[in-house]
Write a new protein. Structure first.
Length: 397
């Protein structure tokens, strides 16, 4: 049976976590895997989540299965969180939410849906993108293609992106990072988004927004700007939403696939397919994380506590970005690394080479992904000078 099975390498990003754990250096710094960390270097459970969980322990009546689309209250509240409470598509019953195990589950469901219901369509990913996008859509049977996004000069290439999208065959699917691009941290501005919208509309492409970091860029509402613009302009689109980061629910596997259709009747057809596809993947989704999110979003005081917590996480990241550039200034590197303060979300493509990343790890116990991606949330505000010194050393020789 199992004698001929080749071994495959593990996930390089998650592998960094093991390397970091095994490093005895007390001054080690983990800028690898994309989880939020506070000033103590911990990934805490938000207070709003704890309070919601306490309520659920007392009020939950059953652990029987939830339906194929998941927790209906979660779905209704998440739709408002993502599309806005005044969204036209919601008023016209043209938007639906199917709960999935995390943003990853939602992406896989989207991939299966495209493969089955829109056969022959390629999916176009930014170059670079989150590595799991590459393997996940291929595993779902889709042809994966790329549009330029950030070039070798470590700058956003909007013109290259638009020129490539102009050549995409009508009907194909374009994956767009709604905000806080992973891995680069480079986001489109409002003008850029309007230009992308024009091409997507003119070429009749189907947008699939990956929305994994709502609240980590410019704010919960601000980060939804592009998603809402597209939803108000285009008849049809897909969105995957993850509650892993902004609710701190990583291991509870909480997310959803949102479908917007041109008519209410079509939504019912699409949702019948999504429930059928989900049945073959995970049957029904895990309930706990969605119940927590529904409890928080459905209760004004809890929602306020949560919004404040997301805002504090966002501000910590923004101030670390600023702080690192300031720490690099005495080394004459402020200009070279100015992009760190302009990027958004947890990640920064620093521009450090794989060789420089390896040196930082070997000589300073600083862990980045070899692409040069740093998780800014992993920085320690008290030790930015030491890090700047190490960076200055590896870039100078
Ligand atoms: N999409 C992107 C861009 C991500 O960075 C992540 C991160 O983990 C995900 C999706 C999936 O998140 P989840 O943990 O909810 O599956
Ligand atoms: O990019 C990251 O670091 C996060 C976390 O297989 C992650 O998105 C990384 C790899 C992976 C799953 C999640």
């Amino acid at each position: 049976h199992f004698g001929q099975i080749p071994r495959v390498p593990g996930d390089p990003i998650l592998g960094l976590m093991d390397l970091y754990r095994a490093d005895p250096n007390p001054a080690k710094l983990d800028l690898g895997v994309g989880v939020y960390k506070d000033a103590q270097g911990l990934t805490p459970i938000p207070r709003a989540v704890k309070l919601a969980e306490q309520r659920l322990v007392d009020s939950e009546q059953t652990k029987s299965y939830i339906g194929g689309h998941g927790d209906a209250q979660f779905g209704a509240l998440l739709l408002r969180q993502v599309l806005g409470s005044r969204a036209i598509a919601l008023g016209e019953q043209r938007a639906g939410c199917t709960q999935a195990p995390g943003g990853t589950g939602a992406l896989r469901l989207a991939g299966e849906f495209i493969a089955k219901c829109l056969p022959g369509r390629s999916i176009w990913l930014s170059d670079p993108t989150w590595p799991i996008h590459e393997t996940l859509f291929a595993a779902a049977g889709l042809r994966v293609q790329h549009y330029p996004y950030v070039g070798a000069d470590n700058r956003l290439d909007v013109d290259g992106m638009l020129a490539a999208l102009q050549q995409v065959p009508p009907g194909d699917v374009v994956l767009l990072h709604a905000c806080c691009h992973n891995p680069t941290g480079f986001d489109l501005n409002h003008d850029d988004w309007l230009r992308v919208l024009d091409v997507v509309r003119a070429r009749e492409l189907l947008p699939l927004f990956d929305f994994a970091y709502q609240g980590f860029g410019d704010g919960l509402e601000e980060d939804a700007w592009a998603v809402r613009l597209f939803a108000e302009t285009l008849p049809e689109m897909l969105i995957t939403s993850s509650c892993s980061k902004n609710f701190g629910l990583y291991r509870e596997r909480t997310g959803a696939l949102i479908a917007v259709t041109s008519e209410a009747q079509r939504l019912l057809d699409v949702r019948s397919q999504l429930a059928s596809l989900a049945r073959n993947l995970w049957s029904t989704p895990p309930a706990h994380g969605a119940a927590v999110v529904a409890t928080i979003l459905g209760d004004e005081p809890l929602r306020q506590i949560w919004q404040d917590e997301v805002e504090r996480m966002r501000q910590r990241i923004a101030s670390l970005r600023q702080g690192l550039v300031e720490a690099l200034t005495p080394y004459g590197l402020a200009e070279r690394f100015a992009h760190i303060a302009q990027q958004r979300g947890m990640f920064s493509y620093t521009g450090l080479t794989a060789e420089q990343v390896r040196r930082l790890r070997a000589e300073d116990s600083v862990y980045l992904v070899e692409s040069g991606r740093a998780n800014v949330a992993g920085l320690d505000a008290e030790r930015l000078d030491a890090l700047a010194k190490a960076i200055a050393r590896v870039v100078s020789n």
